[in-house]
Write a protein that binds this ligand. Structure first.
Ligand SMILES: Nc1ncnc2c1ncn2[C@@H]1O[C@H](COP(=O)(O)OP(=O)(O)OP(=O)(O)O)[C@@H](O)[C@H]1O
Length: 444
């Protein structure tokens, strides 16, 4: 969890200093504003977790500020600060959504108590959210979300092998979440407190990549003005993630193989043999087995890397993940951009499940971010999405999967029938099965 943040909106400088001190002790980053308008601006640009808001401000009342903040999609816990005379107003602030109030003069113990309550409330809220997701069959692992049975199976294997030191090869199309899965394996592993180091193997120049991986010594090449350890060394006791490992040149494949066999390597330009204990996870969107047959990838290296293979299915083969991920990204980008977009118009999700997503989850995230930024109303409508997503063309050369055909067929029968019973009869399945399939494919 990132550092929590608090905003203090109060024109009493002494009080703000006391708050800042207390909050700092508790690990919050704090911001202060001495006017209502400035407080609202600070809220919008920093999205704090907690706000202490004085009822009396020079430019507007605390209640007005509270009302203004209530219109935002980001919801902080707001604590009103009041004098004895205006406790009634503070109570009415609670009715308007404030979390609690403090009556001046108050002790630091009272502030601590309010913060305890807020933190407890927040953690219960998170728990409820995750339990609710579980009820819907959604798995929420760190940043990784899925409802799909096949992906859940991959996660289960990942969790088991995370305990070991076995090399893992993660395969799957670009944007399917390979990087995220690698990170998850590291977080689950006994090495989670140690570094997770990513190497992008698509670096254009072989010599640069070699030095990035294994480091170099001073004078090894022009520009090597001092000794520099490589990423392999930085990953000592942790995890080394080799992204797009299929792009490695033959000579680097040989060096990587040696490292995997003996954990030994040399920095570029050095003769000293070094050893490092790093767990290796590699990922590729290429078919390495085919590359081995074509003589483009070393078979011995392939076997070393591929002790366990985790295969991430493309998004078009896990349509049940689309509504879950779409909701998740909507939430994420709404908060990030401070836009008050509350959901999808009914036809949008079913439209999203019809598009083949060649860029997979990354493309879905991008499309939703763009839609949130462009949205004209409180809901995302089909018009907020690019033409290509709304009217997808089949990907040339890739025949549809059985699931895609089933979805298309069910969708066309649903359009032509008046009731679910009638649709189920035509499809030759019982209504409960139809209900399940509609849910799986996001059809209404
Ligand atoms: N199941 C998921 N839940 C939440 N976010 C996801 C999920 N899968 C992928 N993402 C997000 O989608 C984006 C792409 O994922 P990631 O970079 O892991 O894919 P990749 O397969 O490694 O892509 P590439 O092959 O292009 O490197 C990231 O922002 C990631 O956080």
């Amino acid at each position: 969890m990132g550092k929590r943040s608090a905003l203090i909106v109060d024109d009493d400088a002494n009080l703000s200093t006391t708050f800042t001190f207390l909050l700092d002790e508790r690990g919050y980053t704090t911001l202060t504003a001495n006017q209502g308008r400035l407080g609202i601006e600070a809220y919008d640009s920093n999205l704090p977790d907690v706000v202490f808001l004085d009822l009396k401000l020079p430019d507007m009342s605390g209640l007005e500020v509270l009302e203004e903040l209530g219109k935002r999609s980001h919801k902080a816990s707001i604590v009103m600060i009041t004098g004895h005379a205006s406790v009634d107003t503070a109570v009415s602030a609670i009715r308007k959504g404030a979390f609690d109030y403090l009556v001046k003069p108050f002790s630091s113990a009272q502030v601590e108590h309010v913060l305890d309550m807020i933190e407890r409330f927040r953690s219960l809220e998170t728990e409820v959210k995750s339990l609710r997701s579980e009820l819907n069959g959604i798995v929420h692992q760190g940043a990784f979300l899925t409802r799909n049975a096949q992906v859940k199976k991959v996660l289960q294997i990942a969790r088991q092998v995370a305990e070991t030191k076995a090399s893992i090869l993660i395969t799957g199309e670009s944007g399917t979440g390979k990087g995220l899965l690698a990170r998850l394996v590291h977080d689950w592993s006994p090495r989670s407190e140690q570094p997770f180091v990513t190497v992008d193997c698509t670096a254009l120049q072989e010599s640069l990549l070699e030095s990035d991986l294994f480091g170099h010594v001073k004078g090894a090449f022009t520009g090597a003005v001092r000794d520099k350890p490589g990423k392999v060394e930085s990953a000592d006791e942790g995890t080394l993630f080799l992204d797009e490992v299929g792009e490695l040149s033959p000579s680097l494949q040989a060096k990587l193989l040696r490292f995997l066999q003996s954990r030994e390597f040399e920095r570029v330009g050095d003769t000293k043999v070094r050893t490092v204990d790093a767990r290796v996870i590699a990922a590729t969107n290429r078919n390495l087995e085919e590359m081995v047959h074509e003589g483009l990838f070393r078979q011995d290296l392939y076997f070393r890397l591929n002790v366990v293979e985790l295969s991430m299915p493309p998004l078009r083969q896990r349509l049940d993940d689309i509504p879950v991920l779409a909701d998740h990204f909507l939430d994420h980008f709404r908060n990030m951009h401070g836009r008050d977009v509350r959901g999808f118009a009914p036809s949008v999700i079913s439209q999203l499940t019809r598009y083949p997503w060649p860029g997979n989850v990354r493309e879905l995230a991008n499309v939703i971010e763009r839609a949130v930024a462009m949205a004209s109303g409180p809901q995302l409508t089909p018009e907020d999405f690019p033409e290509g997503v709304r009217r997808p063309k089949p990907i040339a050369g890739i025949p549809p999967t059985l699931e895609e055909l089933e979805r298309e067929h069910i969708s066309s029968v649903l359009v032509q029938t008046a009731t679910m019973d009638e649709a189920a009869r035509i499809l030759g399945i019982d209504p409960a099965t139809l209900w399940r399939k509609r849910r799986k494919y996001g059809l209404g």
